[in-house]
Write a protein that binds this ligand. Structure first.
Ligand code: PMV
Length: 331
């Protein structure tokens, strides 16, 4: 017998960078998911097998032994082992587990891949040991894994991967969950350039400290835009949403977090009729998103690929973490 859990990735619609200082960030869960299958072992080890993330290896008393993996992803591996141990400690279980990790979410480009994998791991291990974990508990325990990867994350990524839907996050106010009535399609354009969120946030701080009289009002405008954007999203006003995405991209460029590759994909999408297009997440590489009417989506995807980007069509999803038991013989 084994247990399987899946959890969604995310995009940031508005508020990246400004949320560090002021106002809300608006996060949307998307229907690209990570899947983790957990099964029991005869020994006390944790074995993680992840073709998609490019590694597999054992954890034994905190020691890690790589079996395969060209790229060293120690922290990601450790995060899953930590989440697994936290679940077992919570349930009072002392056992070994095999984790098979599969993900349709590209890594390290701001789409919430690590949070989705951590949440799915936590939920799968909980289900394996009949833990009946609530969503709140899954989010809380998976956050322990996220901390291994990101140091001091806001908690927004593991929350959106747990609950799905829309989330408003503001420092000091925390998270508020919202639901979207209608499906909303986006095209994601991935520059495939990995970047560090930490370095991008630091770069904005340096610019802001040197030019507060200019950068502070930009941050202030982005904070207001983010709240206005949430209102437009909840009303389903696509045209206003598109306008605000375009303006937001300009402001993010002004604070130095866009790149020529991101700009290329943004303009390629707009040329094919996107209502709005902007970078999403920390910038410096990673991804952009475009909102469009259904009939333009295919051409936007083509133009992103023609501009050397990887394109993905996604829908906002209300479906958060999902868990099921797999009896022997099932798949
Ligand atoms: O690219 P991501 O998903 O790591 O998003 C970063 C969002 C920032 O606002 C740039 C940083 C943060 O901690 O909020």
């Amino acid at each position: 017998m084994s247990a399987e859990a899946t959890a969604p990735g995310k995009i940031i619609l508005f508020g990246e960078h400004s949320v560090v200082y002021k106002g809300p960030a608006i996060l949307l869960a998307v229907d690209r998911r990570a899947t983790v299958t957990a099964s029991r072992r005869d020994d006390k080890r944790i074995y993680i097998d992840s073709e998609d993330l490019g590694f597999s290896g054992y954890f034994d008393d905190g020691e890690y032994t790589a079996v395969t993996g060209k790229e060293w992803r120690g922290r990601n591996m450790m995060a899953l082992a930590v989440a697994t141990r936290k679940v077992m400690a919570h349930l009072g279980v002392d056992a070994g587990v095999n984790l098979k990790v599969r993900s349709m979410i590209p890594i390290a480009v701001g789409l919430g891949s690590s949070a989705a994998v951590c949440v799915a791991t936590t939920a799968a291990v909980g289900e394996l040991f009949d833990g009946n974990l609530t969503k709140e508990k899954i989010s809380e325990l998976s956050f322990e894994g996220e901390k291994v990867i990101h140091g001091n994350p806001s908690g927004a990524d593991n929350s959106i991967a747990t609950y799905g839907g829309i989330m408003r996050y503001e420092r000091g106010e925390g998270l508020k969950r919202l639901r979207l009535e209608n499906a909303l399609p986006f095209v994601i354009g991935n520059t495939r350039r990995k970047r560090s969120t930490r370095n991008m946030v630091e770069g904005v701080k340096v610019l802001k400290d040197r030019n507060p009289e200019v950068v502070d009002p930009i941050i202030y405008t982005m904070a207001g835009l983010s709240q206005t954007g949430l209102d437009a999203l909840l009303r389903g006003d696509k045209h206003k949403l598109g306008d605000l995405m375009n303006i937001n991209h300009g402001l993010l460029s002004a604070i130095g977090v866009s790149t020529i590759e991101l700009d290329d994909l943004v303009y390629a999408a707009r040329q094919e009729g996107a209502l709005g297009a902007k970078l999403t997440g920390a910038g410096g590489g990673g991804c952009m998103i475009a909102l469009a009417e259904e009939e333009n989506l295919s051409n936007i995807e083509k133009s992103i690929r023609a501009s050397r980007g990887q394109s993905m069509r996604v829908n906002v999803t209300d479906e958060g973490v999902k868990t099921r038991k797999i009896e022997n013989g099932d798949s």
